[in-house]
Design a protein around this ligand. Structure first.
Ligand code: ZN
Length: 242
C-alpha cells in the first residue's frame, strides 16, 4: 500500500480488492488477513475541520496508534478521535503509541455498563459506543455524578470524554507511575475533593477524572477541587503537554 494516495473520504483498495478507510480498518468488510500486521502510515492526511482556528492533525495509524477500528461511521469516528487533539495528547501518543484504539459496542457486563477500558500491559484501549441514556447528559452533583463523561451533553461527546479518561490511564502508566510525579498525584488524591464518584475509587481513577475534567470541565474542577486542578496543571507542564 506504500505510496497510494486517495481522497480522505474514499477508501484504499488493497491488492486483494478489499476496501479500507485507513490501515487496520475492517469496517468495510476487510478480513483479518488484510489488516493484521498492517503497520501502514497514512501520511499527510488531515482532518477537514478546524478547532479554535487551528487545523488539527489527524491521528495516524502507525504513528499515534498501531491499529484502529470503529463500529461507527468514519465521520463520527473522526469526531471521537479529535478528542485526542482537544486533550493535547497527539505529541504524547507519537512518543507512546497505543497498540490498539477501538470504538466498539459492548453489552452490559453483569448489569454494569463499561464506558471504556485501557490495558496497561497491552496498551490497548477501547471505548464503548453503546451507552444507555443514563450515562450522559446528567446533572452535576459533587462526588455523586458517576463520571465526567456523564456530564457530556451528547452521546458522541460522552464517548470523547471516556476516550480522554482512558488516555489518562495510558499517560499515568507510561509517564507517571514510579516517577517523582506519582508522589504529586498521590498527594493530591489524599487532599483533593473528588468531583465524581469515579474519581473517589482510587488514585488512578482520581487522576483520570481530574485529567478529563481539566480538558472538558475546567471551571468545575477549579471551583470544587483546586488541588486536583493544580495537580493536573503541574503534571501537564512537566510532561510538556499544551
Ligand atoms: Zn478509569
Amino acid at each position: 500500500m506504500d505510496g497510494v494516495t486517495v481522497p480522505i473520504e474514499e477508501p484504499f483498495v488493497t491488492p486483494a480488492g478489499y476496501r479500507l478507510m485507513y490501515s487496520g480498518d475492517r469496517s468495510l468488510g476487510a478480513p483479518p488477513g488484510e489488516v493484521v500486521n498492517c503497520r501502514c502510515t497514512i501520511v499527510g492526511a488531515r482532518l477537514e475541520g478546524t478547532m479554535q482556528g487551528v487545523q488539527q492533525e489527524q491521528i495516524q495509524v502507525g504513528v499515534h496508534v498501531l491499529a484502529a477500528s470503529s463500529v461507527l461511521s468514519r465521520s463520527k469516528t473522526k469526531q471521537i478521535f479529535r478528542a485526542i487533539n482537544t486533550a493535547g495528547l497527539e505529541g504524547f501518543l507519537r512518543e507512546h503509541p497505543l497498540a490498539r484504539l477501538d470504538v466498539v459496542r459492548v453489552q452490559m457486563v453483569g448489569g454494569r455498563q463499561i464506558n471504556g477500558e485501557y490495558d496497561e500491559q497491552t496498551r490497548e484501549l477501547w471505548v464503548n459506543a453503546r451507552r444507555s441514556e443514563q450515562t450522559f447528559a446528567q446533572p452535576f452533583r459533587l462526588g455523586t455524578t458517576s463520571s465526567i463523561s456523564a456530564l457530556a451533553p451528547t452521546l458522541l461527546a460522552a464517548i470523547q470524554r471516556s476516550l480522554v479518561h482512558e488516555l489518562a490511564h495510558h499517560v499515568y502508566s507510561r509517564k507517571i507511575f514510579a516517577t517523582p510525579l506519582e508522589g504529586v498525584v498521590l498527594g493530591a488524591a489524599k487532599l483533593g475533593t473528588p468531583l465524581t464518584f469515579r474519581a473517589s475509587v482510587g488514585v488512578k481513577e482520581y487522576f483520570a477524572e481530574c485529567f478529563t475534567a481539566y480538558v472538558y470541565e475546567r471551571d468545575l474542577l477549579q471551583k470544587h477541587d483546586p488541588v486536583g486542578h493544580a495537580m493536573i496543571k503541574r503534571v501537564r507542564e512537566e510532561l510538556g503537554l499544551p
